[in-house]
Design a protein around this ligand. Structure first.
Ligand code: ZN
Length: 462
């Protein structure tokens, strides 16, 4: 009996070792299989870093942005489209880490963790990826940026489809700058060239942050609708002067927001205090990253832990150490537009095999930021800004809500020019964020770009 028991134990050990070994191999294969198969050395999929049989990438209207011909990756005929969609489509070398050609590399090249390169062998090509982007609108946004650094991004705040995301500077993928040119970075032409500013960007928000401070005031100050303030052009907080570019005079709460009165917001920030402001910012998703492709967005920052009373006043108007990420700002607009529910933007609508089978389809995901009551009050105030201040004629037919920003970044540089807004026309549920780096006034640079791009989107959706 003892011998049998001993034998059984040995057999058990052997079986355990084999099963364990297989399991380990399985785990390693699942973890590393994609990496092994897509190594540059694996010439079934790639050659010199280029994809030899990757599928097509198309925009929302079926316009082909990238395809493979004679083992070469080929891009859209139009340089405007190539440049304006560069950071979303990405490159084959993986420098643009948030690009679809990097995040969806295995799918595009036809690799499957179960069947390996079976599909590639059978069909001679990988899967196709359909994007939510409108390449014509993107090309227009590229023209409008006119070589300035910045970001123009718009999305459908009901579905999450990213319609436009143009990050500048960019380059022509059919005429890539050399590594030396990029290293030399003459005139700052290639500053952060591989970064998609929508995903990786962090900017001082300036007065666009008043959207958050306004929401905090609506949440926390019971009689806020009867708030009035008389602006003399400056307000002293704890011995430090907070100033407005001009004297705004006597205003109600709506007018304080429409005139973007720093002095009135300085007073409101003292009423709110740092805890309430920080709480509202965190409700709105500050401090957190969002998934995009296979990566994550840079997290917006609002930290008053070391702030003096005067710092809190400057933070409430989007200065101090506050930094925001443009993707996150799209979600903030989405929440204000959508009863407090922020639908999260995405760029890939589906992945289809060469045989026409859809293997991945986007689904709408969202997060609740604020209550419908708070969001609707802020929405009405943003609507009032466009009606009484910027002018509805700039956004014909869109019943637009908006807020400009002019964000001071340093003593010797022009401020960043901002516009954040959304249409309340049910046929065009679209929010837009425009940042022109060192572009000056929000109303003179970013707003006109938003106006042109929103008009183009409205036309394309109707
Ligand atoms: Zn003022």
């Amino acid at each position: 009996m003892r011998t049998t028991a001993k034998r059984s134990f040995v057999v058990f050990l052997l079986v355990f070792a084999v099963v364990g070994g297989l399991a380990l191999l399985g785990v390693r294969f699942a973890v590393n299989g994609e990496k092994w198969a897509t190594l540059r050395a694996n010439e079934h999929l790639t050659e010199d870093g280029s994809f030899i049989a990757a599928g097509n990438i198309t925009d929302r209207n079926g316009e082909v942005l990238a395809y493979t011909e004679d083992n070469e990756r080929v891009y859209n005929d139009s340089e405007r489209i190539r440049r304006s969609t560069l950071h979303i489509v990405g490159d084959t070398e993986g420098y643009i880490s948030s690009g679809v050609q990097t995040a969806y590399k295995t799918k595009l090249t036809g690799y499957n963790p179960v069947t390996g390169i079976y599909s590639l062998k059978k069909y001679g090509r990988g899967n196709d990826v359909s994007l939510t982007i409108d390449s014509q609108v993107s090309a227009l946004a590229y023209d409008e940026l006119d070589g300035k650094k910045g970001i123009v991004a718009a999305y459908n705040y009901e579905t999450g489809e990213l319609l436009c995301s143009v990050s500048s500077p960019n380059y022509d993928i059919e005429d890539k700058p050399s590594a030396e040119e990029i290293d030399e970075n003459k005139d700052g032409k290639y500053d952060g060239i591989y970064l998609n500013r929508l995903i990786d960007g962090l900017y001082t928000p300036g007065s666009t942050f008043k959207i958050i401070t306004t929401a905090s005031a609506v949440e926390n100050i019971p009689d806020i609708s009867s708030f009035t303030y008389k602006c003399t052009g400056e307000e002293e907080i704890d011995g430090v002067k907070v100033t407005c570019p001009n004297v705004h005079g006597k205003m109600d709460f709506d007018e304080c927001f429409a005139n973007s009165c720093n002095c009135a917001y300085a007073v409101l920030s003292q009423k709110l205090g740092k805890e309430k402001l920080e709480l509202t910012a965190s409700e709105f998703g500050f401090g957190k990253s969002f998934s995009f492709g296979k990566g994550e967005t840079a997290a917006s920052k609002f930290d008053l832990s070391e702030a003096t009373e005067a710092d809190i006043a400057w933070a409430s108007v989007g200065q101090y150490t506050t930094l925001v990420n443009p993707y996150h700002m799209l979600t903030v607009l989405g929440a204000v537009a959508n009863d407090g529910e922020a639908v999260l933007p995405y760029a890939v609508s589906s992945v289809t095999t060469p045989s026409g089978r859809v293997v991945e389809k986007a689904t709408t995901t969202s997060e609740i930021y604020i209550t419908p009551e708070v969001s609707n009050t802020v929405k009405e105030m943003m609507r009032n800004n466009v009606e009484t201040n910027y002018g509805d004629y700039k956004f014909e037919g869109l019943s637009m809500c908006g807020k400009t920003g002019t964000a001071e970044v340093s003593e010797d540089e022009k401020p960043h020019s901002w516009f954040m807004g959304f249409s309340t026309n049910p046929n065009c549920p679209v929010a837009i964020v425009v940042v022109v780096e060192n572009g000056g006034w929000g109303s003179s640079k970013a707003l006109p770009i938003a106006s042109e791009v929103m008009e183009a989107i409205y036309k394309s959706l109707s």
